[in-house]
Design a protein around this ligand. Structure first.
Ligand code: ATP
Length: 555
């Protein structure tokens, strides 16, 4: 884990960022005219271009010009574009049909839905105080802070404790399990951060029968009333749909909850049809869907989102080296697109949490960004994990061919299932981080309170061209320049309103440069160039505008 850094993001208000996104057309609620739909977001003209720039940068840096590997040779990474609906057996083999189940409780009155285990933890920590309206209000206002917690539900407490001890994967966000005491009374297991000795969270081993019978009697954490909660019901995070005319069990299918499985199922076709050989990568950008229980924090936790995933196939014994490589490469990439400051960190998961292979040197880590709503904490942008050969083997077994589907090394003829290092990033969380990082209050600047300081590569509009006034030949010169530049760059031209207002609009859109055609242009072929960050202006020759952009924006 990197050392704590000063917290800049908490000085930015999420409400201001959301308001600017809405007002300027970065991000809107989906179906807004019908009141919106929870967990779904649309990108407006500026946001669509911004998100495209992020995905294009990823595609460019991963697929078109991949980085050099540890041996100095360029990596081999090829793209695929797989369907959102796949054969339902994919999700059985991958473990999603079984694994994505959580018991849920609804508050019949307020229509709020909770994870049953979270509710149990909330009450275990607050010992009945939820019958008191003041406590309820305090919780609703966010004044009661509940430690991060998770609950392990099993058949009896003994089994739950064994699961916690045996399956450290379920303790993913925590670093160290301190004590297994106090089991009869409240069943709390504290998780302590070794470095600074603070309690990071609590695990509750819970008997599923007790959970079932008790929870409906808890008071609602929204109203404090008893008797309004339902019994826990199983809930699968995958969206279900039906393929074909009949809607029955046989036609049931799922919207993919991750893009990775398309890559795994087409691994064999990629090997057979292209010249790749291990080590190599397959990459995919595409939509994923999760029926998240509580979508929140703007686009951070949505129900429909886009992933940018790489599965990098390697020999098992090289896992540690490749894991380190991808960890460092992906962290540096997020820095390169403008998240270079203290708000970005790499969080290595604890050794305790890791699988057998991972313990031999590879592991799991997250690239995290400190969003205004997570500050002083961080939220995940990308997870980098050693997924071993689990998925390839699972599909080989499930489709009935087993070891026949092993990869054969063309040089040594050796047969094996390659291991995988998976850097899995979110395009929407990435876009949101870029928006939050760029958002900059501009006290004292005329016409606007904020500007978006995007790096030139991310900026949705690279430059604006303005005729100072809409006459005297200026619009014609502006139009000519616009038509010349728009083949290379996203350029906007605008003749409405005062020049100050037009600059302010571009500051909010995050446009790095504005060129203005004024009274001098016709006489001496110069235009003004205005810098977004300093608001300073200088004059350059109109013939130099293109080379100016090539130098400052790139090609
Ligand atoms: P979290 O723990 O925050 O739910 P996760 O660990 O389940 O995330 P992964 O399954 O590793 O996420 O997915 C890879 C990436 O996909 C994440 O790093 C994130 O950027 C993105 N992602 C996952 N779930 C969502 C979501 N509900 N909304 C937006 N992006 C998401």
């Amino acid at each position: 884990m990197t050392s704590p850094t000063p917290d800049h993001s908490s000085t930015k208000s999420m409400d201001d960022i959301v308001a600017l996104c809405r007002r300027r057309g970065f991000i809107w609620q989906s179906s807004e005219i019908y009141g919106g739909i929870n967990g779904f977001w649309d990108y407006g003209p500026l946001g669509a271009q911004l998100k495209k720039n992020l995905k294009d940068a990823w595609w460019q840096d991963i697929i078109k010009t991949p980085p050099a590997g540890p041996d100095g040779n360029d990596l081999d990474i090829v793209p695929v574009d797989c369907t959102i609906i796949m054969h339902p057996k994919v999700w059985e083999a991958s473990g999603h049909v079984g694994g994505f189940n959580d018991p849920m409780v609804d508050d019949k009155e307020t229509k709020q839905r909770f994870r049953a285990d979270h509710l149990h933890a909330l009450f275990a920590e607050n010992k009945g105080a939820f019958d008191n309206p003041q406590t309820v209000q305090a919780w609703r206002d966010g004044r009661i802070k509940v430690l991060p917690h998770l609950t392990v539900v099993a058949n009896g407490i003994g089994e739950a404790v064994a699961m916690i001890k045996g399956n450290s994967k379920s303790l993913k966000p925590f670093r160290y399990v301190e004590d297994f005491g106090d089991l009869e009374d409240g069943y709390a297991i504290k998780l302590v951060d070794k470095d600074n000795n603070t309690v990071m969270g609590v695990v509750y081993p819970v008997d599923q029968e007790i959970l079932k019978s008790d929870i409906a009697n808890y008071p609602s954490p929204f109203t404090g009333k008893r008797g309004t909660l339902t019994e826990p019901r199983m809930f699968n995070l995958m969206f279900v749909t039906y393929v074909g005319a009949l809607q029955d069990e046989d036609s049931k299918a799922y919207l993919r909850p991750e893009t990775a499985q398309g890559i795994f199922t087409q691994f064999w076709n990629v090997v057979d049809t292209s010249r790749v050989k291990v080590p190599f990568g397959i990459a995919q950008v595409g939509k994923a869907f999760r029926n998240e229980v509580t979508p929140r924090n703007f686009t951070f936790r949505s129900r429909e989102f886009e992933q940018m995933e790489i599965e990098f196939f390697i020999r098992p014994e090289t896992a540690a080296e490749w894991y380190q490589y991808w960890r460092d490469t992906r962290y540096a990439w997020w820095q390169s697109i403008g998240l270079a400051g203290a708000n970005l960190q790499l969080r290595e998961h604890d050794k305790e949490e890791l699988s057998h292979y991972a313990k031999e040197g590879a592991g799991v880590c997250d690239v995290e960004y400190r969003f205004p709503f997570t500050a002083p904490g961080f939220g995940e942008l990308e997870g980098i994990a050693h997924r071993s050969d689990f998925d390839l083997k699972a599909h080989a077994t499930a489709c009935g061919k087993g070891e026949k589907m092993m990869y054969r090394d063309p040089v040594t003829n050796e047969k094996f299932f390659p291991h995988v290092i998976e850097p899995s990033a979110g395009a929407d969380r990435g876009t949101l981080a870029v928006l939050c990082e760029a958002f900059t209050p501009t006290p004292g600047r005329a016409g606007t309170q904020y500007m978006m300081r995007f790096t030139p590569r991310m900026a949705p509009i690279k430059a604006a061209i303005f005729p100072l006034v809409n006459k005297d030949g200026m619009p014609e010169i502006a139009d000519k320049l616009y038509r010349q530049l728009r083949y290379k760059y996203v350029i906007e031209t605008d003749a409405k309103q005062s020049i100050g207002k037009r600059y302010a609009r571009m500051d909010e859109a995050g446009t790095p440069y504005c060129f203005t055609i004024d009274g001098e242009t016709a006489a001496n072929q110069t235009v003004t160039v205005r810098d977004r960050d300093t608001a300073e202006q200088s004059r350059i020759n109109i013939d130099q505008v293109e080379s100016f952009l090539a130098e400052h924006i790139g090609s």
